[in-house]
Design a protein around this ligand. Sequence first.
Ligand code: BGC
Length: 900
Amino acid sequence: MRKVFFLFIGILAVQISMAQVKVQRLMTENLPNPNSIDAPSPRFSWQLDAGTARDVMQTAYEIKVLEAGKGSVWNPGKIAGDQSMYITYKGSPLQSGQKYTWQVRVWDNKGKASGWSTASFQMGLLTEADWKGQWITQSAPEEASRPSPLFRKGFTVAKKIKSATAYITAHGLYEAHINGQRVGTDYLTPGYTSYNKRLQYQAYDVTNLLKPGANAVGAALGSGWYRGIYGIGTRHEIYGKDIALLFQLNITFTDGTTAVIGSDNTWKTSTGEVRSAEIYNGSVIDARKEQKGWSTAGFDDKNWAAVAVQSYPKNMLIATVNEPVKKHEVFKSIKIFTTPKGEKVIDFGQNLVGWVKFKVKGNAGDKIVISHAEVMDKVGNFYTDNLRDAKCQNTFILKGGAEETFEPQFTWQGFRYIRIEGYPGEIKPEDFTATAVYSDMPVTGTFSCSNPLINQLQHNIEWGQRGNFIDIPTDCPQRDERLGWTGDAQVFSRTATYNMNAHNFFAKWLKDVALDQFADGSVPHVIPDAFDNGKPSGGGGSAGWSDVATIVPWNMYLAYGDKEILANQYSSMKAWVDCMKGRSHNNLWNTGGHFGDWLFYTRNDDNDGTAAITSKYLIAQCFYAYSTQLLINAAKVLGKTDDEATYTKLLADVKTAYIKEYVTPNGLISSDTQTAYVLALQFDMLPENLRAQAAQRLADNVRRYGNHLTTGFLGTPYLCSALSRFGHADVAFTLLLQPNYPSWLYPIKMGATTIWERWNGIHPDGTLEVPSMNSYNHYAYGAIGDWMYRTVAGLDTKTDQVGYKGIIIKPTIGGNLTTVAADYETPYGKARSHWKIEGSNLTLDVTIPANTTATVYVPTKGDNAVTENGKPVTKAADQIAGYTAVNVGSGNYHFSTLMQ
Ligand code: BGC
């Protein structure tokens, strides 16, 4: 027995000393094994898994790209260096629709090679000529309710199939079927882009859906963003009146031959159970009209109509790069109750975005109406006034007989409660589920701490993100907006990158930002521009909203280290800065309409003037400077030295104009508000000698309001950062923990499960704020999440080694928190900052991924020693007050020090 034991230890020791670095998480264009890439030179990235080994760096890599049957199409040999992100393909041209595998191995700094790791990617349809399918529409006039058209075609497969890919898109939304089975698990496809400029298609591997002999393909369409009711008011048909399908099935047989089944004049069309479907209004489904088996081979379509073939353009079709919308969490009813008005309501316990699925048994013609609400009113009745013109109602008509299951189609709702009308029989909780539906971005971050209210705040921030990342970043998911409001997106963008991998999501949307930009460089208020749709109406151009053009690309560059985003967006960034320049006089931007510090603190009976009004032009000047700074940063990264010099000069002039116009010699800013000081500090508007006093004025202002914030959309995201950066972290924590209105925790005290649009969405007495603009799921104020990860947990990227190639761990202790834990999946792997205070002892547990380095700032008191795993640490050169800085490589570290 003893011998066996020793032998076992021996084997383990050998294994540890032999432990090799592994290569994992192979990505092509930031996606695992994507199947429709249209970048001619895709970029490859990978991570090193070094287990618990410390200080592991990559010193070289070898990559090859292979085409089945042909060998390598790119094989550059061993390449020295630690680059493991965005290696650009430089081999022979990649072919449309072709699948490739790629392999990579690395050498670490101990001279050891990893094994080979393999991944694959498939090219999309690269040219217009690759599209053999034709656009098809219904040929007869539609019924007024616009039932969803169905399209189908039967065909025979005579040979053995090796592989088959379906390429699908639509004007409107589509759901495709093959042989009675749904193609893929994506929803709201083809997603939303500036349709008249770019239209995404999706590619699906459907090899397993096909069979020898008779087959059938089909697709149902919905109006969606393309021609449904969308945008404020009753706008509809923004991109066109038609609803159309473009479908192509490329089949490769085992004998090497190929076949294409494309949408064309041999397809037939009819309608089915979806009698109408609108994003805002919901859908009407009449099960009596179901065409059972409509997408199977045996279906008799002789009564179906011929389709019309259309010559709609195909030159703007693009492959999908961002994660599609998918179903996620499923919620069960936590309570079924009857309201004072006598209505039957189910509470799902979470304000979510998606839809309800339910089972029912009844008679043919029974009609069930499901309405949706985020909150109940003061007396406990179902409240829908804040949905404005959006009906948010799904109607289902039974065919009767056996149990039926319903869910809506081509729509979504934002809700926590549903009202059920017309349900035959008893409403049982187990028959209803609510499914959250959102863009399928991988979760990257978790934040938790010893204060349950802050944990609920983090929960609410995450749910604000889930509910509003529906292929585009939206302001809200429920009322008659759900638009890509630029201001909201920019304020939340950095927080978004902590919670989820938002890289491709924003990269895709930013292209629409650039394309929809007006000729003078002004950026529309919403992207895609559902308001103006390309008409130079002069809309857009609000400070803090249009700055999306500079702020989001820069935030993405910081988080993901992807230069290509900056390169792609550079002319858009520059056009926006030039636009502000053009609208300025003597370097002062004091023209045009602005939303200002939207939804800042005001009171109804504001007799003594407590409203925190910040001059809109003062705000504009600050954002003018910030955008110019980001343009300079981008120019530096991209080596555009002329621009760097030109805009550096401009920035100095813009700041001088700001000081002259808005700041007294003593440093009082003419709008004496929190937002004014926050923007001045955050964007470095003031000369060094005026910064400390400005920070003090900011802290004093917070105290004057009884430790409350008064900021709106533009001041709030930077409020705590500005305070903590200038030595007032205590005030920042006081704001974070403030339980009373206005504050982040007030909505939580009132039962919020998402971030509200307004600080006072529900008043302390339970009455609701005005219905005209009162969403309970708006992510903007959730931008505090960035400070929680970046400052409280202290986990950040170095700005000279972006994308977490160089990591900073620098926690901020405060708020009576005793534990804080942030875990974050960086592009290189997991980083971790966990701190804990027990008595007078502080511990800091840190994980740094392989192929990165970090500076860890351990909070310290006086000269107290810091140990790592019991041993004294070697201090880094750049020590700062209150911290002991240590440079480390990859691995896990356990720091400890006394705080007394
Ligand atoms: C939206 C916003 C948006 C704002 C512009 C609202 O209706 O919901 O969040 O940024 O308009 O001021």
